[in-house]
Design a protein around this ligand. Structure first.
Ligand code: PLP
Ligand code: ZN
Length: 391
């Protein structure tokens, strides 16, 4: 199984970039997307062949970068769990939870780091750096250690301790910054050592999205190569949403899915940081940075996502929508997933249930829809749930 990665395409101006060197954004500022020789990939990437491969995300090797020599900790092929009590409660025929807590370091950030660190090592990079709200830093620290790379993390100084502990355990250098992830990114790029690092910020670096797109491949495969009607995704930087949308397009071209039917993509955000929801409702093609972002779902505290235009386009093209939920609704969602289904979801996971609940109430999700909720990580790393008394 070999990668059929061929080139990188600018999502804004269409310019082609070759694979000979590490890449960031296009000269025009556009995000680069990986392109593959899909006709060649389709010859070996049949449903039967995929089914016979090991249960991790590298089973989609032909459409992943660096799959000939991956840095892997066994990421991917997480369970797609039927949520029967929640379905009944919402009055829906079928609700499924894609439980990403089962990944290395307990979140879906492992997917993107597996592919990005694989490519960084292959391109001869020795040190990586990134801003993170927590989970991306933990995953980068683990995969960096596995690949023998130096790792520098820029984290908000209120990042919960379990994330900082994890970074320290894996031997990453942690820089605590007063401010949100956007401030962390600017601080990192102004740092005296900036020239020594390769910037692994999501979407600025083109391969993290490739790892995250496997969410789309897995959902389709786990549903017997069909698609759900609705996918609710907790949207911070939006990498997974952009990645899944790209995956559905690729799967149609690979002949793994029939053309022309796609899930409605729902972007769930927090009321305290909802730049995508605001832009969606205003009919704007881009988002305005959110002032003073706050939410206990740290993965959603992304005030100015670089991929805003791609997120908004995917949501609109899919016939989906964007919904903001309150802190209390998120907490209720976490407890409902825990007590109804035995899933200790992160607050971001709770937000997807809260968003689905709102859309059922408004009629935008109907009783016959098959709905996939994302639990993007374990709830164990977050110190508190608003309103929950811990004995
Ligand atoms: C990073 C993160 C998100 C947001 O993911 P994006 O792809 O950046 O939108 C959601 N949930 C958790 C737990 C995260 O760590
Ligand atoms: Zn460009």
């Amino acid at each position: 199984m070999t990668s059929t990665l061929e080139w990188l395409e600018c999502s804004r101006c269409g310019a082609a970039h070759d694979l000979s060197a590490p890449r960031a954004l296009c000269r025009c500022g556009g995000i680069l997307l990986a392109r593959y020789r899909l006709e060649e990939a389709a010859r070996t990437m049949t449903r039967e062949a995929i089914a016979s491969r090991p249960p991790n995300l590298w089973r989609y090797a032909e459409v992943l970068p660096g799959s000939d020599a991956p840095v892997t900790l066994g990421e991917g092929m997480t369970p797609l769990l039927p949520a029967r009590f929640i379905a009944q409660d919402l009055g829906l025929a079928r609700v499924l939870v894609k439980d990403e807590a089962a990944n290395p370091t307990g979140s879906f950030k492992a997917r993107g780091m597996a592919t990005a660190v694989t490519m960084a090592r292959a391109l001869g990079i020795r040190r990586i750096a990134l801003p993170s709200a927590g989970n991306a830093g933990s995953a980068a620290a683990a995969y960096g250690a596995a690949a023998g790379l130096g790792v520098d993390l820029f984290l908000p100084d209120d990042t919960p301790e379990p994330f900082r502990l994890e970074a320290a355990v894996f031997g990453a250098v942690v820089h605590l910054v007063r401010g949100d992830i956007g401030v962390c990114g600017r601080t990192m790029r102004e740092h005296a050592d900036a020239a020594l690092w390769f910037d692994l910020s999501t979407l600025r670096e083109p391969y993290r999205a490739e790892g995250k797109k496997t969410l789309g491949y897995e959902i389709a495969e786990q549903l017997g190569w069909t698609i759900p009607d609705v996918i609710v995704y907790p949207t911070g930087g939006g990498t997974g949403l952009i990645g899944m949308w790209k995956a559905f397009e690729e799967m149609e071209q690979l002949g793994l899915l029939p053309a022309g039917r796609r899930p409605r993509m729902i972007a769930a955000q927090a009321e305290g940081c909802a730049p995508i929801v605001a832009a969606f409702q205003a009919g704007e093609p881009k988002a305005v940075p959110w002032p003073d972002p706050h939410t206990y779902a740290s993965g959603l505290r992304v005030p100015g996502p670089l991929g805003d235009a791609l997120i908004l386009k995917a949501v609109r093209d899919s016939g989906g929508t964007a919904v903001a939920v309150s802190e209390a609704e998120m907490a209720e969602g976490q407890l409902a997933l825990a007590r109804g289904e035995g899933i200790f979801a992160c607050p971001e996971g709770g937000a997807t249930l809260a968003a689905a609940r709102r859309l059922v109430a408004s009629g935008e999700i109907g009783p016959d829809d098959t709905v996939v909720l994302f639990n993007t990580g374990t709830g164990l790393k977050y110190p508190r749930i608003p309103g929950l008394r811990v004995p």
